[in-house]
Design a protein. Structure first.
Length: 382
């Protein structure tokens, strides 16, 4: 009996020693990102609260393939990265004193624990795909709630349409690819490079929105895409069929290039705007809607990055705001549209994700409204 008791005591001592050593390593790894004591406390609470369900989200089985390829999963490290992201999101533009007060507050601690567990439950669509190391060091923005949830929603959207043959879903796949590429650049702090992708994503989204309303013009749209490929990549001359269509174009224009990009809009009888993205924006959205205003404003903001006149921004947090907003305004519509086209209800899981994203985006939007040089300086001085 004594031997059994001693064995149990030794096992407990060993487990405690391993935990203490792991915590020392974690403190060192995250020392410049978060208060070490707060991190360890939240991590412990998360593990206690999630309990055995942890194994539903992290594979703990021995897998030699994962070990050899370096893909073995380390729950504590991933959970700590989520904790840092959630805490930083909730601390944007707070003073050092306000942040420290929050870290000591039991209600705030419980809020962070709950939000971290929310993210863990979506891990199979989220951080399971994230890089272990950033290409350029800085904030791990992809672990901030809004980009994390956007990534999840895009992955889930992709899964919903992966085997569908509906022509409209081909357009949605293009949107998703651009969005995931932008999120990958955000993940690696290649922020300026994400803007051209977001600009293209917005263009694809607006075109898909038109085609969703008028599916009969999809073939005409694809025909004009082929005209553009032939003109720009092959002969450098406008195709003969395009020239004939241009002669009879319906709307006023002096630009053959604009007609090449948007001449397919002639197939919509009540479309009377310009042959341009702004024409589509004005056709699709009422001028009083916030979505229209934000999409147009953010789209214009991308021009400097796309044409090379903007390459450096002093505050990466500003770019995090703008990229997140562009992705949000597109994914919400695409996610709903996919469900409508498939004639399916959102699952309980999807509804939870939707509510999380709405909550966290509203916080981000308010932070964006509060942006100022002084607030950015405060954020980067802590």
């Amino acid at each position: 009996m004594n031997n059994l008791f001693n064995s149990q005591v030794d096992s407990l001592k060993l487990a405690k020693a391993i935990t203490e050593e792991n915590n020392k390593t974690i403190r060192q790894l995250f020392k410049d990102k978060i208060n070490g004591s707060f991190l360890i406390r939240i991590k412990s609470e998360v593990l206690n609260k999630i309990g055995p369900d942890l194994f539903n989200y992290y594979s703990m089985n021995f897998d030699n393939t994962k070990i050899v390829t370096g893909r073995d999963e380390t729950p504590e490290y991933d959970i700590c990265r989520i904790i840092v992201g959630v805490h930083k999101h909730n601390s944007i533009f707070l003073t050092k004193e306000e942040i420290r007060n929050n870290e000591k507050d039991n209600n705030y601690q419980q809020k962070i624990v709950d939000e971290v567990i929310e993210k863990i439950k979506f891990r199979q669509y989220g951080s399971k795909f994230f890089r272990r190391n950033q290409l350029l060091l800085g904030d791990e923005f992809l672990y901030f709630p809004v980009p994390y949830e956007l990534f999840v929603m895009y992955v889930k959207s992709s899964a919903l349409i992966s085997e569908e043959s509906n022509p409209l879903f081909g357009h949605y796949k293009d949107i998703i690819c651009n969005a995931l590429s932008a999120l990958t650049l955000l993940e690696n702090n290649l922020l300026s490079n994400a803007y051209p992708l977001c600009r293209t994503m917005i263009e694809l989204y607006l075109k898909a929105s038109i085609i969703q309303k008028y599916p009969e013009i999809n073939d005409t749209y694809l025909k004009f895409c082929n005209f553009e490929i032939e003109q720009s990549c092959c002969s450098q001359e406008y195709p003969e069929e395009f020239e004939k269509l241009y002669i009879n174009h319906r709307l006023p224009t002096k630009s053959k290039v604009n007609y090449l990009h948007f001449g397919w809009l002639d197939g919509i009888s009540d479309y009377n705007n310009d042959y341009s993205i702004y024409g589509i924006l004005n056709y699709l959205f009422d001028n009083t809607t916030d979505r229209k205003y934000q999409l147009e404003r953010l789209y214009k903001m991308c021009h400097g990055y796309t044409h090379g006149s903007v390459s450096y921004v002093k505050y990466p947090l500003l770019q995090y705001f703008e990229i997140s907003m562009m992705l949000y305004y597109v994914i919400i519509d695409v996610f709903n549209a996919i469900h409508n086209e498939l004639k399916i209800e959102m699952s309980v899981e999807d509804k939870v994700l939707f509510e999380m994203l709405e909550r966290d985006f509203n916080a981000l939007k308010q932070q964006y409204k509060n942006r100022s040089t002084e607030n950015f300086e405060t954020y980067y001085s802590i």
